[in-house]
Design a protein around this ligand. Structure first.
Ligand code: SAM
Length: 279
């Protein structure tokens, strides 16, 4: 049975506003790694391994945080490839950009301060989308919107890799304690476990690889492909219903990257494009 703070499948709702989310991540950006890297790092790296980024690919990372995966993805795509990393928090983007500069990979990476529900990219422009510990931050009705956006920007031959806290697997007392914390302190424990592969399938991805890893809560590591038929139908519907969201939209055109409008650090920039993220 569902209660007002959970959906029908038992996933807790998220009532945090964008403003609160941004402020929270700006505030913790300096010590985010101290809090999370030890537990999340190995699982996130397993996600990148499963996504298997290749030389020359154009990859979008959503919710790049402090940039560990940006560096791994940028190294994997090589000088001919491109990585666009987006995040809602400029504090996180600053951390990420510094890490990329330090790794000497700025030539192939760009950043954008953007909201995942409205990606600043033209349709069919990326070979892969990656996100870790980010999809579970979105409220239940927003998850399909984010995944639909991922499908829009992916090429038909593209793929998506998602690492996220999961309600699948053994669960147990720690998971319950975590959900309790989310319920009672939603501004500090902003995410909550979801059904990751089920969300991808519902959004029209075919899950081709999936692993449940153990962190202190179960974590799903999933790779999905856009279902071709549905992608074609979506493309046709988008062209009819939202002609402004096709390739002529004022989005970033991957992999050219327009010149940035905010000087950031040497060779790295935060690109503000498209409409401002909703508050
Ligand atoms: C839990 S952190 C994970 C960071 C990184 N992916 C990792 O694995 O270390 C979630 C990140 O998603 C970002 N984020 C939250 N809401 C977002 C949104 N609507 N659009 C884009 N990024 C968002 C946060 O600012 C934060 O950097």
């Amino acid at each position: 049975m569902s209660s007002p703070d959970q959906d029908r499948s038992g996933i807790l709702r998220v009532f945090t506003s964008r403003r609160e989310t941004r402020a929270f991540y700006d505030k913790i950006s300096d010590f985010y790694d101290l809090l999370s890297e030890r537990s999340e790092g190995p699982v996130r790296r397993a996600g990148i391994e499963m996504l298997a980024p290749r030389n020359g690919e154009r990859i979008l990372e959503i919710g790049c945080g402090t940039g560990h995966s940006v560096v791994d993805l940028a190294a994997a795509v090589g000088p001919e490839g491109r990585v666009l990393a987006i995040d809602l928090s400029e504090g996180m983007l600053a951390r990420s950009a510094a890490r990329v500069v330090e790794a000497n990979l700025s030539d192939r990476v760009r950043f954008a301060c953007a909201d995942a529900v409205q990606l600043p990219l033209a349709a069919s422009t990326v070979d892969a989308v990656f996100m870790s510990f980010t999809l579970e931050l979105f409220d239940t009705p927003e998850i399909p919107r984010v995944l639909e956006e991922c499908k829009r920007v992916l090429t038909l031959a593209g793929r998506i890799g998602v690492v996220g806290m999961s309600k699948e697997g053994p669960g147990g007392v720690i998971l319950e304690a975590y959900e309790w914390s989310h319920r009672h302190f939603p501004n500090f424990v902003d995410c909550r476990p979801i059904f990751v592969s089920r969300a991808l399938e519902t959004a029209g991805f075919r899950v081709v690889e999936k692993k449940i890893a153990e962190m202190w809560v179960p974590v799903e590591i999933v790779v999905g492909l856009p279902d071709e038929q549905r992608s074609l139908a979506l493309a046709a519907r988008l062209a009819t219903d939202h002609p402004e969201r096709g390739n002529s939209a004022p989005h970033l055109h991957f992999p050219l990257f327009p010149s940035s409008n905010t000087a950031f650090r040497k060779n790295c920039s935060v690109v503000h494009s498209g409409p401002a993220p909703p508050r």
